[in-house]
Design a protein around this ligand. Structure first.
Ligand SMILES: Nc1nc2c(ncn2[C@@H]2O[C@H](COP(=O)(O)OP(=O)(O)OP(=O)(O)O)[C@@H](O)[C@H]2O)c(=O)[nH]1
Ligand SMILES: [Mg+2]
Length: 536
């Protein structure tokens, strides 16, 4: 009986991330999916004043100020019998560590493309990660209300640049100011859209046949015929929706539309839910863990503090992978190898939370009140299960962070420790150094800005950055002895340091210096990434 109901719950879970290059419209689309999914009544949007936004997923003060997403956001809601866990991710490459962690926690992705620009570099990188993980990809060709590339060219780009088959589920009629709507190739109906000012409400849609006079709208005879020819060509190709190819990540279903104008959002949502996968098994260390496995298991992929100014606490985000979660259950915590009781569990909707009593595979829930939890930790009722999903990144930017106000040292240190635990940034400690100033290491410089901003706004601590003279870090073997470290002959300007796990690293001034050292010192091979220990 219990088994049957778990299977049913798993089948109705859809856990997915929205990914793309910066500015393609992920947050806007997220907001519209919430509107069409019935989770918000009124969509917030990027208003006329570029830097003032009020979307559910960009809730951080700095996100509103900058008009970009800085941190990933979890939104859980019910729609049409499904329990949806949607994760909006930041597109900027400086925050890609967060985005990549989210990709470990989802079962499929919606890739947003700016139809005027086609496939941009960051989209390509994120796509590669999805392909390696075998994650099914759905494509939304956004901004069709602006002059866009020819749709056939966009499909060709998907196939040529990304090497994935593209199956257009619908097709745009008209382009830019002449955009009339989309033709749904499955049901052979035309969906004509009206522009809604501000896009706060659902756009009225009329559905008809392709040859209804209204469909042509203000399109010229020639343009309309061109579209008919394109559609005929697609039909001629004779491909039909191939679910197996989509689930294997070999083909991406393509939807056209415009998030900000609510064009094509309903079709995307319904098409996505129909064809996307429910949670499936994960293979870890040769063991296959199926979601139906009665033992509860999941892993922490994100930590964030101070989401709610009234609570000022820290949430660990866990993706449930198998079994059933019950509030107050006792689980094994991989890092401490201790048993912990999970009493404070929440479902999440942006920065809002609500106590949750049970959760099933696919769900992302927030756990509060466990300072020992870190990113990558496994929580399970079966200690044999250990997930090692979290990718590591090599920092490329280094800066000292000074505390200019000695009276506020406590706030400064407490804030910084918290941000380090969240993985917002990394810290390194110079070997044999009396300097107490923390040395921060980031994938990109925008991370420094986030640290400074959050220290000030969440902990009331000022800070000052000072550029450090290195640009490359390499890890030494973890078992290297102190004597061997002493004996290393480093190039000019290079320094020995330790990461937060006390693993030895070398900081180099540039790539050339790092490569030269690597070539001439074969005894202790360098690695661009820290060696992961079993319980890390
Ligand atoms: N013309 C037009 N503009 C759009 C559309 N969708 C989004 N935009 C605009 O594109 C800009 C970026 O939108 P966001 O939703 O913040 O983009 P994002 O992908 O979330 O950006 P990051 O999270 O910072 O990577 C905003 O100014 C939006 O109003 C669309 O369909 N048409
Ligand atoms: Mg965004």
């Amino acid at each position: 009986m219990r088994f049957v109901s778990i299977a049913k719950e798993i089948q109705r879970r859809r856990t997915f991330a929205i990914i793309s290059h910066p500015d393609a419209g992920k947050t806007t689309l997220t907001e519209k999916l919430l509107l069409y999914g019935g989770a918000v009544q009124l969509a917030g949007s990027v208003t006329a004043r570029k830097n003032q936004r009020a979307t559910t997923s960009d809730w951080m003060e700095l996100e509103k100020k900058r008009g970009i997403s800085i941190s990933s956001t979890v939104l859980q809601f019910d729609y049409d019998g499904y329990r949806i866990n949607l994760l909006d991710t930041p597109g900027h490459k400086d925050f890609s560590e967060d985005t990549y962690r989210v990709l470990t926690a989802v079962d499929s992705v919606v890739m947003v493309i700016d139809s005027a620009k086609g496939i941009e570099p960051q989209t390509r990188k994120l796509f590669e990660v999805c392909r390696q993980r075998g994650v099914p990809i759905f494509t939304f060709m956004n901004k069709c209300d602006r002059p866009m590339k020819n749709p056939l060219e966009l499909l060709d780009e998907l196939e040529r640049v990304l090497g994935i088959g593209a199956f257009p589920v619908n097709w745009p009629i008209g382009n830019g100011p002449d955009f009339q709507g989309v033709y749904d190739r499955q049901t052979k109906t035309m969906h004509t859209f009206e522009r809604v000012v501000g896009g706060k409400y659902r756009a009225p849609v009329s559905v008809g046949g392709l040859h209804d006079p209204a469909v042509r709208g203000n399109l010229s005879e020639a343009d309309f015929h061109k579209t008919l020819e394109e559609l005929e060509m697609l039909e001629h190709a004779g491909e039909s929706f191939d679910d197996a190819a989509v689930l294997a990540g070999k083909t991406t279903p393509v939807f056209f539309g415009s998030g900000v104008n609510n064009f094509g959002v309903q079709l995307l949502l319904d098409g996505f839910l129909k064809h996307s996968p429910a949670p499936k098994s994960r293979v870890m260390g040769g063991i296959e863990i199926s979601p139906e496995n009665p033992e509860f298991s999941g892993f922490i992929f994100k930590i964030q503090a101070n989401m709610d100014p009234r609570h000022r606490d820290r949430i660990a985000f866990i993706r449930v992978c198998s079994g059933k979660f019950d509030r107050d259950m006792t689980v094994h915590h991989s890092r401490s190898e201790k048993k912990v009781r999970l009493s404070s569990s929440h479902k999440l909707f942006g920065n809002e939370r609500e106590t949750v009593d049970e959760a099933y595979p696919g769900d992302v829930i927030g756990l509060v009140g466990h300072d020992s939890f870190g990113i990558g930790d496994t929580l399970t009722t079966d200690p044999k299960i250990l997930y090692k999903e979290i990718p590591r990144f090599t920092p490329e930017a280094f800066s000292y962070l000074h505390n200019p106000n000695t009276g506020k040292y406590k706030q400064f240190r407490q804030g910084l420790d918290q941000l380090l635990q969240e993985g917002v940034i990394q810290a390194l400690y110079l070997r044999n150094s009396s300097i107490k100033t923390p040395l921060l290491a980031a994938v990109g410089p925008l991370q420094f800005e986030v640290v400074q901003f959050r220290l000030e706004s969440e902990y009331g601590a000022e800070s000052r950055l000072e550029a450090a003279p290195w640009s490359v870090v390499r890890w030494l073997p973890t078992n290297i002895k102190e004597d061997d470290l002493d004996a290393l002959s480093l190039p000019t300007g290079a320094r020995l340091a330790y990461d937060i796990g006390k693993n030895p690293v070398i900081l180099f001034q540039n790539d050339w210096s790092a490569n030269y050292f690597g070539e001439t010192n074969k005894t202790f091979p360098l690695s661009a990434l820290p060696v992961q220990t079993a319980r890390e």
